[in-house]
Design a protein around this ligand. Structure first.
Ligand code: SAM
Ligand code: SF4
Length: 326
């Protein structure tokens, strides 16, 4: 079965958030303090998340990425993933993590059936990393990266949010890392989620990132593989890893967008930057598979054609990325 939206895009990818809590506080994603903790009831149970996943897969979703907040802080996550991975028809299970808890959980994650990990890592300097994440320990993340490969995972994709004056001096270091490491380094344009004065000062376009790398290295474009994301991918000739550019702000990839999102509180969204959201809780408590399927189809059918963020401005309401899952 295929899920197709009103402009013919095949929607086969669900980003499912299992928590909005996090053990870091990246300044571009969450405020330092003042986030009210959700009550236990406000958060979907694992059974409810599985019901959403099963229903979505029965409609045509083939890939699910588990995200958060930080998905690895939720207790029972490995058992949940093991159940998720057995859903008939689900071809690809991936997880995005900040890597802090990965050293201990990598083996369990691999055995649960998760196929790929994305790790967010914005700096290779302990000091800058700690500044961006408000106290995160870079060594723990690096130990998590090693543990993931030892556990059997292919080299994780590394997500780097590039911010001018914060970590842009490391673009070349990350690119050079692909010569000796098999990871795909994906440079992500900083996205304004909270409207604060001067947010544009952090923005560096994907084009500028590419030019800076191309000043030192020749870059060969790569073909997209199955379940490839919205990145444009390149390889330095002879390098073990690859380089991806995700231009969420400067060059919309909306025409190829294949995803929907559900938050840990059961809010479904057809577009990260749309203020439209649909509450799935009435179809989960008590569970009603038919109605849930109907409402998921409707979210796909009404998926916005594109978002309207540019470096000039944007119209969406403020939100924190940790609530939605990036
Ligand atoms: N905690 C996990 C992590 O950090 O990988 C998963 C959730 S996090 C919200 C998912 C992704 O969103 C991360 O790669 C993060 O860098 C990205 N992200 C968060 N806020 C962002 C922003 N303002 N601009 C661009 N990417 C952002
Ligand atoms: Fe936490 Fe990930 Fe947001 Fe950083 S980007 S605060 S690690 S949810």
């Amino acid at each position: 079965m295929q899920l197709t939206d009103s402009i013919g895009r095949n929607i086969n990818y669900l980003r499912l958030s299992v928590t909005d809590r996090c053990n870091m506080r990246c300044f571009y994603c969450m405020p330092a303090a003042g986030i009210a903790k959700k009550t236990h009831d406000a958060m979907l149970s694992y059974e409810e998340l599985l019901l959403i996943a099963e229903t979505a897969v029965s409609l045509g979703i083939e890939k699910i990425r588990i995200t958060g907040g930080e998905p690895l802080v939720r207790s029972g996550i490995i058992d949940f993933l093991a159940k998720l991975a057995t859903i008939p028809g689900l071809r690809h299970v991936a997880l995005t993590t900040n890597g802090l808890l990965l050293e201990d959980l990598a083996v369990g994650l691999y055995k649960s059936g998760v196929q790929r990990l994305n790790i967010s890592l914005d700096s290779l300097s302990p000091h800058t990393f700690s500044d961006i994440t408000r106290g995160g320990d870079l060594n723990k993340v690096l130990a998590g990266l090693d543990a993931a490969e030892r556990a059997g995972f292919p080299p994780p994709k590394i997500n780097v949010v590039v911010m001018r004056g914060v970590n842009d001096s490391e673009i070349l270091n990350f690119a050079t890392m692909t010569l000796s490491h098999g990871n795909s380094i994906r440079f992500i344009e900083y996205m304004p989620v909270v409207k604060e004065d001067g947010w544009q000062r952090f923005c560096i376009s994907g084009e500028e990132i590419l030019q800076r790398i191309a000043a030192s290295y020749r870059l060969e474009p790569l073909d997209k593989g199955a379940f490839a994301g919205p990145s444009r991918d390149f390889r330095i000739p002879g390098a073990r890893g690859s380089i991806g550019i995700i231009t969420a702000v400067s060059g919309h990839f909306c025409s190829d967008c294949n995803r929907i999102r559900v938050t840990s509180a059961g809010q479904a969204k057809g577009c990260l930057f749309s203020d439209e959201r649909t509450d799935l809780v009435p179809y989960l408590r008590p569970p009603d598979r038919e109605q849930l399927a109907e409402v998921l189809r409707k979210i796909v059918a009404t998926k916005p054609e594109h978002h309207s963020i540019t470096t000039e401005g944007y119209a969406h309401q403020n939100f924190t990325m940790s609530q939605i899952g990036g």
